[in-house]
Write a protein that binds this ligand. Structure first.
Ligand SMILES: *[C@@H]1O[C@H](CO)[C@@H](O)[C@H](O)[C@H]1NC(C)=O
Ligand SMILES: *[C@@H]1O[C@H](CO)[C@@H](O)[C@H](O)[C@H]1NC(C)=O
Ligand SMILES: *[C@@H]1O[C@H](CO)[C@@H](O)[C@H](O)[C@H]1NC(C)=O
Ligand SMILES: *[C@@H]1O[C@H](CO)[C@@H](O)[C@H](O)[C@H]1NC(C)=O
Ligand SMILES: *[C@@H]1O[C@H](CO)[C@@H](O)[C@H](O)[C@H]1NC(C)=O
Ligand SMILES: *[C@@H]1O[C@H](CO)[C@@H](O)[C@H](O)[C@H]1NC(C)=O
Ligand SMILES: CC(=O)N[C@H]1CO[C@H](CO)[C@@H](O)[C@@H]1O
Length: 762
């Protein structure tokens, strides 16, 4: 045994030595602000590190020089370690792959709902430019039609890169720019020498559908008569139809290389975009720190230059500590449902009609005439019934299922709905009824294969019916969309939850927006089985994910920006947060997909309310200096922070993580209060952006056992842009352990400014 262990140890370390220490891999070398004094050439820096016999590796994959400094290159682990000690280098990290926030191992992300029907202003061209870092764009989509738009704003300095099947003429006054980057996963293209930012192949064209969907959600032109094969029929338009779009294609179906995402942000900032929308991120399990996260780094510098960065919070919910893209300079978005659902009814032989959920173009007869079988009763030889009841691959005996409608359960989420559907189809069934409590709210698109999904309660009814009769029969009807569905919005189960894994001193996510079954433009899908018989591939698709929620917020931010040119990114974020809705269309508090009251770690400040966010009254401004203090409190070295600031920056002597709660953020999060002893206080400063003479008074909504004092309780302003500060103290002696949630509401009678808080009682 001991010998075996030793052998394993030796061979493992040899393996590591061989593959990770010596084999060059792509790394990102991040060097802080462009004003960072230390100014060695990137190539020169590489040539001092890389041995002379490997000169051909003295090559930059990307060089960053607009919004921040740095580069990416092929390095060995040793060289990377050596570089990270160099003067002027802030961090060095592996060029990891980031994921698109619609495709995750659970399939939930192929679903259902109609378009968020915001009542936005009529169409007129504005100068607001939204940049998206995504999978590219399908420029022929009617959502990018520029009819009637005025000339491209003169501040625009971007380009329309040509590539495979993409011409300069594919850009117009709506889609004003498009770039692509060569090192997307699966198509890494390395130049043989020198710097190369123009790969020899590729194109801004979207071959996934994700980028086209997010771009049209943010700022698509209004398209009348849009639908997904007749479903979700109506006018489709983006959150800010008057804004311009620029696509930065840093991702492919396999994800996005960190180095390309950084390059995309660097370019977007120098091209002159106002808002960047990013529906991608690292897995919540691999978040290490802010300075090895390309989105956090890029967003920091974009923010420094006045560009708002809006990101999806990820799809790793519903567990706590799953939210990502949670740096305080990012606007982090959670996903909710809207008031539309896709019903796919099941008719049983006993006459019962059950309202299931799903998108299908079922052509089955409307009478219950197909035999119904439970997967567990149709197991292949030597296969446990538990596997067959879950529609596991290889678990069904097609002699027992052919020509029937099969019922399966979902007790193991590792087999996705997509796989279950393929397994059922493979077993020659006519249709699938899936019993799935968790995912049922996010309609699955099964194309032309009849499919419906029900919760546990209804599922038991179906199973009882199967048990009760010798020859159970059923049918599945084609999908109809139902609008006015209540309650809505509901937090989507996949939406990543706070608190943030890196710090609990900032409440994340910030806001919630529609991300379940969103109809928006896509690439015409030619996949077999997705296009109903006799139809042309649709220009629209229905997708779910925080990926879909993020561009709704980017669109709303563009809408605010078009009315308020002077407003900084933090003012826009504050406006969206303090005016967010905390109740649903039944007038009740927001709930989650298991019908419990949703807490602030699920909803953030609430569901965005674009129309009221234009007149927030008071705003919380968070400055670059505040973010630099955040980095001090978080524990980074002064030298690193100075490099990011581009100037000498001194941290306060007592920089402790508790001080993070004191950063001037629109919400409050206090990660630790000792319930037996002390009271914790934080201060906030608001800026009046409403009428000059206004007086605001505060009301507090606090959980039981909390004594929350606000001082002063009245804020008097006599001009616009005047600031006022207040202190909030939390006395939690009577409170129960764990997070308590509440809010401070400032009002002058005309405006309601809600600042939510989360306080963790130890
Ligand atoms: C780069 O390599 C190409 C051939 O691969 C060669 O023609 C060119 O001269 C090289 N350029 C530099 C700057 O070394
Ligand atoms: C929308 O489609 C319907 C039927 O497909 C058609 O009758 C109607 O004219 C269309 N409306 C517009 C504005 O294109
Ligand atoms: C339904 O469509 C499929 C092809 O998609 C076809 O094979 C089948 O015969 C059709 N069924 C009925 C009842 O029309
Ligand atoms: C159906 O019958 C089987 C045994 O025949 C039993 O294990 C199962 O619990 C029954 N299901 C329901 C929903 O009654
Ligand atoms: C929904 O909220 C309740 C508390 O109100 C909680 O117990 C439950 O775990 C939450 N469910 C999800 C899916 O987040
Ligand atoms: C605010 O009130 C003062 C005194 O009543 C007045 O002089 C001033 O013009 C008012 N300012 C605004 C912006 O209305
Ligand atoms: C468009 C399509 O083929 N699917 C069906 C979906 O449901 C609607 C409403 O029942 C039908 O009109 C379509 O036939």
């Amino acid at each position: 045994m001991a010998n075996l262990m030793l052998f394993l140890l030796i061979s493992t370390s040899q393996f590591l030595y061989a593959t990770s220490n010596k084999t060059p891999e792509p790394y990102v070398v991040y060097m802080g602000s462009i004003n960072n004094k230390k100014d060695t050439s990137h190539l020169q820096m590489l040539s001092t590190i890389i041995p002379s016999e490997e000169k051909d590796r003295v090559t930059l994959i990307h060089s960053y020089s607009n919004a921040f400094k740095g580069f990416s290159a092929m390095l060995t682990e040793e060289e990377a370690a050596q570089l990270s000690g160099e003067d002027g280098v802030v961090s060095v990290f592996r060029d990891q792959n980031l994921q698109l926030h619609t495709t995750r191992s659970w399939d939930f992300l192929e679903s259902e709902f109609g378009f968020g029907s915001q009542k936005f202003q009529p169409r007129f061209a504005s100068d607001v430019i939204i940049g998206l870092v995504d999978t590219g764009i399908w420029p022929e989509s009617p959502s990018f039609d520029d009819t009637g738009m005025s000339e491209i704003p003169s501040k625009w300095k971007g380009v329309c890169m040509e590539g495979i099947d993409f011409k300069k003429s594919n850009c117009n006054k709506k889609l004003i720019g498009a770039r692509y980057y060569g090192n997307q996963p699966s198509s890494i293209h390395l130049p043989s020498n020198g710097t190369s930012t123009t790969p020899s192949r590729g194109s801004p064209r979207d071959d996934v559908g994700h980028g086209t969907h997010t771009a049209s959600t943010a700022a698509g032109t209004m398209v009348l008569n849009a639908s997904y094969y007749g479903l979700a029929h109506g006018a489709a338009k983006g959150g800010s139809p008057s804004s311009r779009l620029a696509m930065y294609k840093a991702c492919s179906i396999g994800g996005c290389a960190s180095s390309a995402v950084l390059k995309a942000i660097d370019d977007a900032v120098s091209d002159g975009v106002d808002i960047i929308s990013i529906s991608i991120g690292m897995s919540s399990m691999f978040q290490s720190d802010f300075l090895s996260d390309p989105i956090a780094i890029g967003a920091f510098h974009a923010n420094q230059k006045g560009v708002l960065v809006v990101c999806s919070g990820g799809n790793d919910g519903p567990d706590p500590y799953t939210v990502i893209n949670a740096a305080p300079w990012i606007l982090t978005v959670a996903a909710s449902s809207i008031d539309r659902t896709f019903q796919s009814s099941i008719v049983l032989g006993n006459g019962n009609v059950i309202k299931g959920i799903g998108i299908n173009f079922s052509n089955l007869t409307h009478s219950a005439s197909y035999p119904l079988v439970f997967g567990g009763d149709a197991a292949a030889q030597d296969t446990p019934a538990s596997e067959a009841s879950n529609c596991y691959p290889g678990s069904l005996d097609s002699r027992k299922t052919a020509g029937k409608i099969i019922v399966c359960v979902d007790s193991d989420p590792s087999v996705t709905r997509k796989v279950k559907k393929l397994v059922a189809q493979d077993a020659q069934t006519k249709g699938l009824i899936l019993i799935d409590e968790v995912e049922k709210g996010v309609a699955f698109d099964s194309g032309s294969y009849p499919f419906s999904e029900v919760g546990n309660k209804v599922g038991v009814q179906i199973l009882k019916y199967i048990n009760s009769t010798k020859n159970p029969v059923a049918t599945i009807l084609p999908t109809v969309d139902v609008t006015g569905y209540k309650p809505a919005p509901v937090v989507a189960y996949f939406s990543a939850r706070g608190p943030g894994g890196l710090t609990e001193g900032i409440l994340k996510p910030d806001v919630m927006a529609p991300g379940v079954s969103i109809l928006a433009a896509s690439i015409p899908s030619k996949d077999i089985g997705t296009v109903p018989d006799g139809k042309k591939p649709s220009n629209f698709a229905i997708k779910s994910g925080t990926s879909m929620a993020c561009p709704h917020v980017a669109g709303a931010a563009a809408f605010i920006r078009s009315s308020h040119r002077r407003w900084s990114p933090s003012i826009i974020r504050s406006a969206l947060m303090t005016t967010a809705k905390t109740s649903n269309n039944l007038g009740k508090p927001l709930t989650n997909s298991s019908e419990g009251n949703a807490n602030l770690h699920e909803t953030g400040a609430g569901e965005i309310s674009p129309v009221s966010s234009v007149r927030p009254g008071l705003v919380f401004e968070t400055t670059t200096e505040d973010y630099l203090y955040f980095l001090c409190y978080y524990g980074y070295k002064e030298q690193v922070i100075s490099a990011m600031a581009g100037t000498k920056f001194s941290c306060p002597r007592n920089s402790s993580p508790e001080l993070i709660s004191n950063i001037n953020y629109p919400s409050i999060s206090v990660s630790k209060v000792d319930g037996t002893k002390n009271t914790v206080s934080v201060t906030r400063t608001v800026t009046n952006v409403g009428p000059g003479n206004s007086t605001y008074s505060v009301t507090v909504e606090a959980p039981s056992g909390f004594i929350v004092r606000v001082s002063p309780e009245k804020l008097v302003f006599n001009k616009r842009w005047m600031k006022a500060s207040y202190e909030v103290s939390f006395d939690v002696k009577g409170a129960k352990k764990g997070y308590g949630f509440g809010s401070l509401i400032w009002s002058d009678g005309a405006h309601i400014v809600r600042s939510v808080f989360a306080v963790n009682v130890l």
